[in-house]
Ligand binder design. Structure first.
Ligand code: FAD
Length: 521
């Protein structure tokens, strides 16, 4: 049978597209298969609110940090396909009910100057923290960008040299590896307005769990290269990747859900789509979720016993926390009157990532998830994407993007029964800060973990695909048997947020998958 392509990529999220672009540019004939009617996966911008067809909604990720550390945009000439970024500085503002706020700027000194209004001690501690994190970045970033096993020795060596220049501080970095996120915050900072954003900006793992303080490395990304959002919405990235792929001779089929990876003589031979159509190729890159790949798409007996045992134990929302998403289309600009007045217009708060759940509320929220209860309040993170990029809403109007990463994955009462009341609580919470959130609403879309699971074909709606703990980093992500981006099935390669270094807007798993294909096939 004639092959349909040299390489089939399962999943048209940004990682699948990055892999496809690198492979197509290397001369391979690539076909991307995407289950949904639109491609882009969790990096998509679409008019999904029926009552507001001119408000473009960012369905998944928004804040862009890790991609900025890579050469992917340059390698794929994405700017020539319409890609652009908007710098956000200050990237975040932590709001307090009395109207006061703390902004997190790219410049740690500017952040410390704001902290000084509230605590001299914390301002000094913040500079130490930022310096320590920056030191840790010297080693972590080169490793995150490299293959987890075939490490870029030279870059790592340079990172170690930079660490050795500050031996005393380097020893102190062990706290980022050993301490819990909560422990690190408590031992370093005293004021609630400082503890709050340090908890809220990185709600990826249970705050009291051992070995979670490393998540604060996100502040290293903020302070080193800053945070950006993608022009025309996050979908601007996947649109540019799609155009790059087409220009390099590749193609994308949407509404093409893979049901099975065909395996013949222990080799991947192509895929079977839902509906029965078979497409053949000597190489398949699975850039969809790893659980689906290993436990549903591969036929029984394809993996070794060792692989299967590890596949079954890959953690997915082990803390019982997943994501909740609320998007609202407004017929006016979002108003933060009280908080804007406190800042005396030194910055437009609409342009920052907004959070307000306190450090203590984060502790309670993670505990509630573990008990199967919905946290009250649900800690949320709110952006107003149209404030930075007015092209995403009609003139003078806004979109509100609201995400919680501490929403109970499997609550004692099914989400379908509680979604409306949870959303009512979230909107009341937002109203304390964005006063016209109810009165200016045109329409909304609410996504529980179940809805996210359906929309993105990802079990439990887990936006990280695989839990992000230290035990699933580097050669352990998603499990040692798969860390090489391969399985024992020849011609099958793995990619997507399930792989090293992590999920998030990064593209690194896509690039490493393509490099692995080019090296081994
Ligand atoms: C609400 C939300 C907020 C987020 N916020 C941020 C943020 O601010 N910053 C950040 O960096 N990250 C954020 N993330 C996470 C980030 O967006 C994702 O981790 C990342 O985009 C995953 O990319 P991916 O390409 O690996 O996978 P995905 O985007 O999940 O793409 C996988 C694709 O595979 C398709 N697929 C699955 N199964 C099949 C099949 N059988 N056949 C064919 N196709 C299939 C899916 O439909 C999907 O399109 C957020 C995510 C969400 C949902």
């Amino acid at each position: 049978m004639n092959p349909s392509a040299d390489v089939i990529v399962i999943g048209g999220g940004h990682n699948g597209l990055v892999a496809a672009c690198y492979l197509a540019k290397a001369g391979r004939k690539v076909l991307v298969l995407e289950a949904s009617e639109t491609f882009g996966g969790m990096v998509s911008t679409n008019p999904v609110i029926g009552a507001a067809p001119n408000h473009r909604i960012n369905e998944g990720g928004m804040d862009n940090t890790l991609l900025r550390e890579t050469n992917i945009v340059h390698d794929l000439s994405l700017e020539s396909f319409g890609y652009g970024e908007i710098e956000i500085d200050p990237a975040y503002a932590f709001l307090q009910p009395d109207g006061s706020s703390l902004c997190i700027w790219k410049d740690p000194q500017k952040t410390a100057d704001e902290i000084r209004r509230f605590s001299q001690k914390d301002a000094r501690a913040y500079i130490d923290f930022a310096n320590d994190i920056d030191l840790m970045m010297n080693l972590s970033v080169p490793y995150m960008k490299s293959h987890p096993i075939r490490v870029n020795i030279w870059e790592m060596f340079l990172g170690i040299l930079k660490l050795l220049r500050h031996p005393r501080r380097a020893i102190g970095l062990s706290r980022f590896v050993s301490a819990s996120h909560a422990e690190y915050i408590e031992e370093s900072f005293e004021h609630p307005i400082v503890r709050g954003p340090l908890a809220a900006i990185v709600p990826f793992l249970p705050i009291q769990q051992e070995m979670t303080a490393w998540m604060l490395i996100q502040f290293g990304f903020i302070h080193r290269k800053g945070v950006s959002r993608i022009r025309t919405g996050s979908g601007g990235l996947t649109d540019a990747l799609g155009k790059c792929l087409l220009a390099s001779g590749g193609s994308i089929r949407t509404g093409a859900k893979v049901e099975q990876i065909l395996v013949e003589n222990q080799r991947a031979a192509g895929v079977k789509l839902v509906g029965g159509e078979e497409l053949r190729a000597p190489v398949t890159v699975a850039a969809c979720n790893i659980y689906n790949t290993l436990q549903q798409l591969l036929p029984a007996g394809a993996l070794t016993d060792r692989e299967l045992a590890q596949a079954r134990r890959i953690p997915n929302a082990a803390s019982n926390a997943s994501s909740y998403k609320l998007d609202i289309a407004l017929d006016a600009r979002a108003s933060l009157a009280k908080h804007q007045a406190w800042r005396k217009n030194d910055i437009d708060l609409r342009k920052c990532g907004l959070c307000w759940a306190t450090y203590e509320q984060h502790i309670k929220a993670w505990d509630a998830c573990a008990r199967g209860e919905i946290p009250d309040p649900l800690p949320v993170f709110v952006l107003i994407p149209s404030a930075n990029d007015p092209s995403q809403a009609p003139e003078g109007q806004d979109t509100i993007w609201c995400w919680s990463g501490i929403a109970t994955a499997t609550p004692t009462q099914p989400w379908e029964e509680i979604k409306a009341s949870v959303t009512k609580g979230v909107i009341l919470d937002i109203k304390q800060y964005i006063d016209n959130v109810e009165t200016a609403e045109i329409g909304r879309r609410v996504m529980s973990p179940d809805d996210l699971a359906t929309r993105f074909h990802v079990p439990k709606g887990n936006v990280y695909h695989v839990d992000t703990g230290m035990s699933r980093f580097g050669p352990f992500r998603p499990a040692p048997a798969f860390a090489n981006y391969t399985t024992s099935v020849k011609g099958l390669f793995l990619s997507g947020g399930s792989m090293h270094p992590s999920a998030g807007i990064a593209g690194i798993p896509g690039r490493i998958a393509a490099q692995t294909v080019l090296r081994l096939s």
